[in-house]
Design a protein around this ligand. Sequence first.
Ligand SMILES: C[S@@+](CC[C@H](N)C(=O)[O-])C[C@H]1O[C@@H](n2cnc3c(N)ncnc32)[C@H](O)[C@@H]1O
Length: 275
Amino acid sequence: MNYRHAFHAGNFADCMKHALLVLLLQALARKPAAFSVLDTHAGSGRYDLGGTQATRTMEWRGGIGRLLDDPPPGLPPAYLDLVRQAGAPDIYPGSPLVTAMMLRPQDRLVCCELHPEDSQTLRALFADTPQVSVHARDGYAALGALLPPREARRGLVLIDPPFEQPDEFSRLAQGLATAHQRFATGILAAWYPIKHRAPVRAFLDSLRDSGIRDIVALELTLRPPLDPTRLNGCGLVVVNPPFGFAEAALPALRALTHLSPDGTGAATITRIVEE
Ligand SMILES: C[S@@+](CC[C@H](N)C(=O)[O-])C[C@H]1O[C@@H](n2cnc3c(N)ncnc32)[C@H](O)[C@@H]1O
């Protein structure tokens, strides 16, 4: 448990993940029926961009900092509105806060965070929000234990692991298989890093062979993924994408290519398995 998200909050990868999360939640909110969100690797919920950890890397400057200074056309306006409302550029909201801000009275959010300090911070953040519950437990194990959601038949599962372990891609594929087994109609979204192509290709191939249907992969690279020591881009795999999601996501991803320092950024949406 060495990973602390505060070093990376608001970087390009967070912007990509959270802009797409907003689009997924907007799609769920189109129907009045309640939905439930399970955030398996939730983090601490809000990050002080002037704090020691964020200041050490300054990653947010190349991410949300640039988007706020000069918003590129195509970015979902709701994402930037929400980030500003959460306190940017002083504070950046993590995925549980982004979600909580978009819940309606009938919806629920369940968060898992294993780091003791971060789960405590998250619990304090939502102490007065009965719609949100926080578990200090293993998010992968929660996929088997907490799905299908009790409160609603519609919902989203976000799996956003730290990729500290060498076998994280296979744990992620296994996590998606478990989530799909327990909640076949749910929208499942899983984030992954793109350092170089080979591990990503193997991960997507394993999903092709998994028997799960209706999968798309959305990817943003800031530069060609050739140097395996750098985070050159990231992706979000979505199982059961809502109607119209890919069409709404493409302009958002294209807008985020503006974050490429040398203009070699690229955005792609690939269908991995047909419906
Ligand atoms: C990439 S960060 C999450 C960021 C958050 N989803 C967001 O977008 O704001 C990954 C988080 O997972 C936590 N973590 C690591 N292993 C875990 C596990 N097995 N179960 C739950 N949380 C875990 C880490 O402490 C870290 O806070």
